[in-house]
Design a protein. Structure first.
Length: 271
């Protein structure tokens, strides 16, 4: 196994510096800033802790990140030669906004696959500005994709509850001793095991801080049938893209046509 794959397996995340064309990201940032600013007051109130949650499937321009040659080369270096993309969000944290709560992105915590060494699902984060502790960079608990951590015990409710940021004193928003800040520069990507505990600092700067997070199944075809079947609820096939873009996306979109029974989603790890 190569270094990147080793590090992802051991720590639960990796950062690749200077991978994505900065001009492309700057253009995308203009679009995302518009989209975030155009949210309704209701949407803003429902997403105080996360910041905006706008699906990339609504906008064709995100194909350049979803099927990005440089990213695919990294996947291939890691031995992921047949990755499938499932969904993604534009997460814009406005100036002076709240911290993001501790969470994992994985959804099958009742299933034994959750405790396998290899990541069933990964996230790829493209931050559209440089990030640091002041403007809301990512924080992670290295190793928590595999090992149970005290912070797992803090997470008791569904995301929709924590998003409201009703109780800023809840420990899900707080810094913890095992956490590590993952700062980034424009052009870097952060790839993480979907099971790792992660959060973000509040954005205390006077500028918007946006990340585009995309989720992939690095080895979809190797997953057990009931996981493939259940994963469908995560997939966001775009409705309004043109035929050419959909045709490109098709090859990277997960497909399961068997009859396996879906399992119940569980986003909370209890042990
Ligand atoms: O907003 C961030 O910095 C992190 C986003 C995140 O945790 C996620 O997309 O799962």
């Amino acid at each position: 196994m190569n270094d990147l794959r080793n590090q992802l397996t051991k720590e639960g995340y990796i950062k690749i510096n200077n991978l994505i064309d900065k001009k492309l990201l700057t253009k995308i940032n203009v679009l995302t800033t518009d989209l975030v600013n155009n949210q309704t007051e209701k949407e803003k109130k429902e997403q105080v802790s996360t910041g905006s949650m706008i699906s990339v499937s609504n906008h064709e321009n995100f194909l350049s990140l979803i099927i990005n040659d440089e990213l695919l080369k990294i996947f291939s270096r890691m031995g992921y030669n047949n990755p499938k993309w499932s969904s993604g969000y534009i997460i814009g944290k406005e100036s002076n906004s709240a911290p993001l709560y501790w969470h994992t992105d994985w959804w099958a915590w009742d299933d034994p696959i959750s405790f396998s060494k290899e990541p069933p699902m990964i996230f790829v984060m493209f931050y559209l500005t440089n990030t640091n502790k002041t403007n809301g960079c990512l924080r992670v608990i290295p190793g928590s994709h595999l090992k149970f951590n005290e912070v797992h015990k803090y997470i008791k409710k569904h995301h929709s509850h924590y998003r409201l940021y009703n109780n800023p004193d809840d420990p899900v928003f707080k810094s913890v001793k095992d956490e590590l800040d993952v700062t980034s520069n424009l052009g870097d990507v952060i790839i993480g095991d979907g099971r790792i505990l992660h959060a973000a600092h509040p954005n205390l700067s006077n500028k918007m801080r946006t990340v585009v997070t995309l989720w992939y199944y690095p080895d979809f075809d190797e997953l057990p049938d009931h996981i493939k079947a259940s994963s469908e609820d995560h997939h966001k096939w775009p409705k309004n893209w043109n035929e050419k873009s959909l045709d490109i996306l098709k090859k990277y979109f997960p497909k399961y046509e068997g009859n396996a029974k879906k399992i119940k989603w569980n986003r909370i790890r209890y042990e």
